[in-house]
Design a protein around this ligand. Sequence first.
Ligand SMILES: Nc1ncnc2c1ncn2[C@@H]1O[C@H](COP(=O)(O)OP(=O)(O)OP(=O)(O)O)[C@@H](O)[C@H]1O
Ligand SMILES: [Mg+2]
Length: 389
Amino acid sequence: MADASSSTQELASKEPKPPSAGPLLEVSGIVKSFGRTKVIAGVSFHVAAGEFLTLLGPSGCGKTTTLRIIAGFEQADKGRVFLKGEDVTTRPPYLRDVHTVFQHYALFPHYNVFDNVAFGLRIQKLPKRQIKTRVTEVLDLVKLSGYEKRRTTEMSGGQMQRIALARALAGRPSLLLLDEPLGALDLKLRREMQLELKAIQRRLGIAFIYVTHDQDEAMAMSDRIVVFHHGRIEQIGTPSEVYRKPKTSFVADFMGSANILSGRLIGFKDGCVRIRLEDEVEVEFPYADPLPVAQGQALCVAIRPERISVRYEGDLPLRGSCVSLPAILADTVSLGDETQMFLAFFKNSTKTVLSATMEARHQNERRDGTPVWADIRWRDILLLEPEGE
Ligand SMILES: Nc1ncnc2c1ncn2[C@@H]1O[C@H](COP(=O)(O)OP(=O)(O)OP(=O)(O)O)[C@@H](O)[C@H]1O
Ligand SMILES: [Mg+2]
């Protein structure tokens, strides 16, 4: 990528700057059904110029459909799409300043690399010389200079992905939509391409809407993440916000993993919450964040496995302010340096297990069935709305 900067700068400087006021793209109140099934149930978000926004969620939650509505390949039943302040809701795809890179590249196998990248520019009827300059620039950018004459069938998966990216960038959109663009690549190549994509995006200053169901990928690349679930947005925030301050138990569990306990908020006084868990176990601790529910209502208590410290009877409790829950060690799985421990939490519950990690030196000390204490620092306890609300 060392020699790509001059052509990149040229690309970037020719890009007409979007007006600074207002977002580049605004999606407002989108609803979409296929037959009787509602797949998008009122989705709104915006993308700023130059931003890397990721739509993250499990399979079937509506990510691709949302992208297709933004691109104009699909019409929403309700809601509007604004691009640079203009309502483009009914505008056909080719009249939107947006390009899409699909998971399966959609390259033309009988064309060589140059012709694949030049395809859209020829449709736009740009002069031949200009097409040559642009294709050379973008191939340079994606590190494929010298491959112009190769047939795409003779290229590797990672190279094909770069061709698809080059073709989308050649049209110089203000907004690029990428639908699981690295999905077909093996993990190592995927990680490499993540870094490259992010670097190209930064250099060009083009806004990306990136679709993935891989939370690590979303965390590594995004300025902000939109977490989707069943056609709705669960949360929008920076990677650190959605990880550290998930708004729902779905987000808590999807971003990393979380142990979710159900409980009821039975008191809030002087900055301290009182929560009743199963088996009438009550815990009280200071809580500074806004409460997700009113007093008396059901809520979820989420705790990340790595934030649970397991202690045997007689061991010293965790230093600092924490709650200690009694549990039974139900199972242990060795993971090399660490042991994953499954804790049965409440005596009437066979379902509630928490996983936690413990240092290797403790691995062989106790057997399953041993009573233990789970220490959790106050600040590591997340209170969330109950599921399904
Ligand atoms: N053309 C269509 N006709 C009928 N149902 C559709 C159509 N396109 C999508 N769906 C349905 O809409 C829902 C959302 O699909 P979508 O492709 O947007 O999900 P996704 O989040 O992109 O999933 P994935 O991660 O598997 O790609 C799914 O249940 C899917 O089966
Ligand atoms: Mg999809």
